[in-house]
Design a protein around this ligand. Sequence first.
Ligand code: ATP
Ligand code: MG
Length: 374
Amino acid sequence: MKKSFIYGVSVSGENFTDRVEETRRLAMDFENGVNVILISPRRMGKTSLVKKVQSQINNPKIKVVYMDIYDCRSEYDFYNKFATIILKETSGKMELFLENVKQFLTRISPKISFSPDPNMDYSVSLGITSKDYSPEEILNLPEQIASKIGIHIVVCIDEFQQIGEWSDSLTVQKRMRSVWQHQQNTSYCLFGSKKHLLTNLFQSKRMPFYHFGDTIYLKPISTIDWIPFICDKFAEKGKNISEEFVKKICKTVDNHSSYVQQLAWNIMVNTDKEVTEEIFEQSVSELLAQSSPLFIQQIQGLTTYQMNLIRCLCQGIHTDFTSKAVLETYQLGSKSNISRLKKTLVEKEIIETEGEFVTLSDPVFATWFKKEYM
Ligand SMILES: Nc1ncnc2c1ncn2[C@@H]1O[C@H](COP(=O)(O)OP(=O)(O)OP(=O)(O)O)[C@@H](O)[C@H]1O
Ligand SMILES: [Mg+2]
């Protein structure tokens, strides 16, 4: 059976629903050369949205370039990827690529490897080092190309939080910002997962990327939009799911995009003709079992105090942890301990904080934790 619901990878075409408003806004930003920062909890649909807008823009004067920098371990790792992808995407054919390398990066000689399959892409290693080019020269490459060929380039950088991990990250961020903010023919869309790292990069006044662009917080897809999406996919397979059950799916996983699709898929597999309460419950148990290895890994090594704070959140207490009653009931240690607990759990991506208000990041984690540890 062709998979009706897709989760865990970015989605497009018939697997992409709604996001009309966000698609429009992002497309407007791209078309008008506005820099964008896109933030959301994990697996909500950032990559899918950016790729959708990329595929939708058909103005030949605008080139949207997508890159994922998750595997870039250092500044020059990044510059190599940045330069390679920008040159490749603006050149297309390999002959033109080589010509452009000659024109824009005269001081290096790239290594090219061909795939035996003629339809497949060629792969390139530019091998740029700090001896060949300064960071500023590479950061200016898209602007140079854009003005030379008379287009506007939108550079979309996924997993942007990675730059926070490099040594001397702050200096690099300052360099990027100071070069990018003056560019006329290039704009940027910066996004990624790990909300706390991104928040730190973009929302702290002390940081170079503070107020760099239009900040979009990607909200969950609403239940109203999931209803036709899920009902139609069941109908296509000759099965039936009531609106009530779709609402229940959304509620169970807090409209978390990836989990909505995963739970819907579990239900579809278990359903012959009509979804029932029993099938629903069975499918939720399967979802917990599927997620459990990751959750076990997440809580490995947590201290009793940290586990107790999670228990406290599972009981619906989200603030005022330093009150005597809460400290005692949940055994959270001393008052001064609380901020340390929060910091560690935020870094482990188990919780999120909004001012003094604390929530668990993952709705399925909450259900799983209650079942296993309470
Ligand atoms: N517009 C959408 N319509 C339907 N499902 C979606 C949509 N956007 C995201 N999803 C679901 O969420 C999953 C994750 O999407 P995507 O990889 O785009 O999210 P992300 O925010 O980039 O995730 P990560 O934080 O891991 O980078 C998809 O596999 C799909 O199941
Ligand atoms: Mg992503």
